[in-house]
Design a protein around this ligand. Sequence first.
Ligand SMILES: [Mg+2]
Length: 342
Amino acid sequence: MRIILHVDMDCFFAQVEERANPAIKGIPVVVGANPKEGKGRGVVATCNYEARKYGLKSAMPISIAWTKCPRAVYLPPRFELYSEASCEVMDIFKGFADRFEQVSIDEAYLDVSSAGSYEKARLLAQEIKDRVKAAGLTCSVGIGPNKLVAKIAAGEKKPDGLTIVKNEEVNEFLNPKKVGVIYGIGEDLAKAPEEVVDELGNYGRELQRLAKGVDERDIIEQWETKSIGRQSTFDKDTKNRKQIIDLLDGFIPELYRDLDNERVMFRTVTFKVRYEDFETHTKSRTLPEFTSSIKIIRKLTTEWVDFALEDVRKIRLVGVSLHNLKRKSLNSSKQPQKTWNQ
Ligand SMILES: [Mg+2]
């Protein structure tokens, strides 16, 4: 019997901030962009449950968050702090899993099939929750026969929840409407006749299976970084070439540091531009070979900025990301010297 646990930290960034500074516990806390008294741009990264009572949520424009709850404590993200806390809790999770897959900074799947029963899996989950609590944090756990069910179960009771959905309870638990809400799959698809699903091909088949709660996707043990990127919103929409290039240049040292930390090279560079009316375009270039050259990023982004500036609209946001990553072999020749000048 397959038993999968999904562990999801509750409002992770906000919780880590609360742990670092207990004085802000119990009051609304928002981690994200600078609200600038309602004039700020950018979004809420995470907020705690006190802030959610005011209708605040992740990805909400920070200006709206400010209107709804000006008295909240607004904090700039401290990713290093969160990443340390993430390692701390992931280490706890790993100790309980036959196989382990980290899906994001604050979520992981654990294959605990060897526990043998849902009752034993519940005890494991409780132990994980206790350990996380002893570290000063809380998480919510979902237990199910596959990743999909486990993940939805983890979201059922938050914060500090524990939800079990056994094999025989899946249909009742996952009425198709609920799946539709979460995965954007309509109720219709779960009930759709075969011919319709055939029209959609393999993808349709996969969606229909997911809509019925059937999910055979395996736990993927090696969690690989899929892309490295940075983007930023200007304080004021702009057509100033220098300002745009300067912002992009500012990303380059950070991208380089990420490549270095992950020990990867890239082959594809993607540029993203969002105009004042929110229309967003991306442009990508795949290089003939893997590289960790900074020069090529600067060269391509400069070309693309010039192209983007041919449009009459002002620019709101730009970003650059690196995809198609390959791990450097450990005995590769000495790494290139880190220098930003050409
Ligand atoms: Mg979470």
